[in-house]
Design a protein around this ligand. Structure first.
Ligand code: FES
Length: 106
């Protein structure tokens, strides 16, 4: 499945993901500087914050409690479509997913 990251300046990067990868892992593999992921994907840092494109919000699994708590501490404003990209596991159903990168992660 391929997912697309849209940068704050409007540029976008499409990434082909491999089985079981999280959106954060795909972004870091591509070297996107919009995702820091300081904790390495353990839902502890909130520096992998993304805004899920509105058309996809309802198609993602619900926010878990630990993710919800961390989202309250994101550097960029938390919005209703905010998620931690390390908690988005890419499945075939998510082919075409669009994630917007916030202005900052720290
Ligand atoms: Fe740290 Fe996602 S990488 S919370």
């Amino acid at each position: 499945p391929a997912i697309t990251f849209i940068h704050p300046d409007g540029k976008s990067d499409r990434v082909e993901t491999s089985g079981g990868e999280s959106a954060m892992q795909a972004a870091t593999r591509l070297g996107l500087d919009g995702i820091l992921a300081e904790c390495g994907g353990n839902a502890m840092c909130a520096t992998c914050h993304v805004y899920v494109d509105e058309s996809w919000v309802a198609r993602l699994p619900a926010v878990a409690d630990d993710e919800d708590a961390l989202l309250d501490g994101t550097a960029a404003e938390r919005l209703p479509n905010s998620r931690l990209s390390c908690q988005i596991h890419i499945t075939p159903e998510l082919d075409g997913l669009v994630l917007r990168l916030p202005e900052r992660q720290v």
